[in-house]
Design a protein around this ligand. Structure first.
Ligand code: ADP
Ligand code: MG
Length: 310
C-alpha cells in the first residue's frame, strides 16, 4: 500500500457536488472536509495495463514519464489543489483532494456575470501562470485547463484536475463515442488547432496535448477574464472547428483593452505551438502590464471616497 492509497471504506461520502466528464464529485470527509472525484470506470477487462499506468510511473515509448497518481502527490504549490490520495481498488476509483471553498472562475464570469476590473484580471492570470509554470516545470501537462477547473478562494487562484485527462481511457462518458463527435459545451474553445485537427469520432484517439496546448487554453481563459465570454460565442461547433483548424482567431476588434493585453491573447493563440510563449514568459509579460490606478478602490465604500474627494 502506497502512502497515498486511501481505503474506500475510510472515506465518508455526502452529497454530490456535480458531475463532470470523467466522474462524479462528492463532498466527503477524510480527516476533515475533502472533495472525492469518483471516476466513471468502464469494465476494465484487458485494460488493467491502463490501471497500472494510472497508479505507477510508467515510461511512455518516447521516454517521457507519463503522468499519473504517483505524480500528483508531488505537486505542492499555493495555486494548485492539494492532492490527498486515491482509492484504486476497481471498480472503485477515486481521487481525493482538499475541498476548495471558493467559486470557479466559470461561475463567477458566466453565471454571476461578475465584471473583473483589469487589475483583478491580471492578478488572477498571474496566479494561474504561476501554478501552470510549476506544473510544466514538473513535466505535468494539465490537458484540461478551463475556467471550470480554476477556483477563486478569497482572491487566491486554485487550479484543479491537472493531468486527469490521461485517465479518460478508463472512463465512460468522454463524449467521443460512436461515429458522431459529441463535444461538451464550452470545451472546444480551449482546444489548440493541433488538437482540433486531431479530433476523430472515436474514443481511442490520442490527442497531441503539450505544454503549448495548455498555453493556448490559457489564452482562452485570459479572453474570458477580459470580456466575460468565450471566444466564437454563439457559433456552432462545426464553424469553430473549421476556423480554429484553419488558424482563424476570434476577432479582438470589439475588445476594449490595451495593445499589450491583446498581444498576450494573440501569442497564446498562435497557430504553431512553437510560437506560443511559456508560462515564465507570460508571467513576466503580465507583471509588466501597466496597472491602472483606480480612482477609488472597489472595496472602499463609496461615501468614504466621496468625502475624501470633497
Ligand atoms: P467540471 O470541471 O467539468 O465542472 P468536475 O467533475 O471536475 O467537472 O467537477 C464537478 C463539480 O465539482 C463542479 O461543480 C466542480 O466545481 C466541483 N469540484 C470539483 N473539484 C472540487 C474541489 N476540489 N473542491 C470543491 N468543488 C470541486
Ligand atoms: Mg473539474
Amino acid at each position: 500500500m502506497k502512502e497515498w492509497d486511501i481505503p474506500y471504506d475510510e472515506l465518508k461520502l455526502f452529497d454530490v457536488i456535480g458531475t463532470g466528464r470523467f466522474g462524479t464529485v462528492y463532498r466527503g470527509s477524510w480527516h476533515g472536509a475533502v472533495a472525492v472525484k469518483v471516476l466513471h470506470v468502464q469494465d476494465l477487462g484487458d485494460e488493467t495495463g491502463v490501471l497500472d499506468s494510472f497508479k505507477h510511473e510508467a515510461s511512455a515509448a518516447d521516454g517521457s514519464a507519463r503522468v499519473n497518481v504517483a505524480t500528483f502527490r508531488k505537486t505542492r504549490h499555493e495555486n494548485l489543489v492539494l492532492f490527498m490520495g486515491a482509492c484504486m481498488k476497481p471498480p472503485k476509483l477515486a481521487i481525493i483532494t482538499s475541498m476548495v471553498k471558493g467559486c470557479t472562475l466559470y461561475s463567477l464570469l458566466h453565471h454571476r456575470r461578475d465584471k473583473f476590473n483589469p487589475n483583478k484580471s491580471v492578478l488572477v492570470a498571474q496566479q494561474i501562470s504561476q501554478g501552470m509554470g510549476y506544473l510544466h516545470a514538473r513535466g505535468i501537462i494539465h490537458k484540461d485547463l478551463k475556467t471550470k477547473n480554476i477556483f477563486l478562494e478569497n482572491g487566491k487562484v486554485v487550479i484543479t484536475d491537472f493531468g486527469l485527462f490521461s485517465v479518460t481511457k478508463l472512463c465512460f462518458g468522454n463524449n467521443l463515442r460512436g461515429d458522431s463527435l459529441g463535444i461538451p459545451a464550452g470545451w472546444l474553445c480551449y482546444l489548440a488547432p493541433e488538437l482540433v485537427r486531431a479530433l476523430r469520432p472515436h474514443a481511442s484517439v490520442q490527442l497531441p496535448f503539450s505544454k503549448a496546448s495548455d498555453v493556448y487554453a490559457f489564452g482562452t481563459v485570459w479572453y474570458e477574464l477580459l470580456c466575460g465570454e468565450w471566444p466564437f460565442r454563439g457559433q456552432p461547433a462545426e464553424a469553430v472547428i473549421w476556423q480554429v483548424g484553419r488558424g482563424i482567431k476570434q476577432s479582438l476588434a470589439n475588445l476594449q483593452a490595451s495593445r499589450d493585453t491583446k498581444d498576450i491573447l494573440m501569442l497564446c493563440w498562435s497557430y504553431k505551438p512553437s510560437d506560443r510563449p511559456d508560462f515564465a514568459h507570460l508571467l513576466s509579460t503580465l507583471e509588466k502590464l501597466p496597472r491602472k490606478r483606480l480612482a477609488r478602490s472597489p472595496s472602499h465604500p463609496v461615501h468614504l471616497s466621496r468625502s475624501a474627494e470633497s
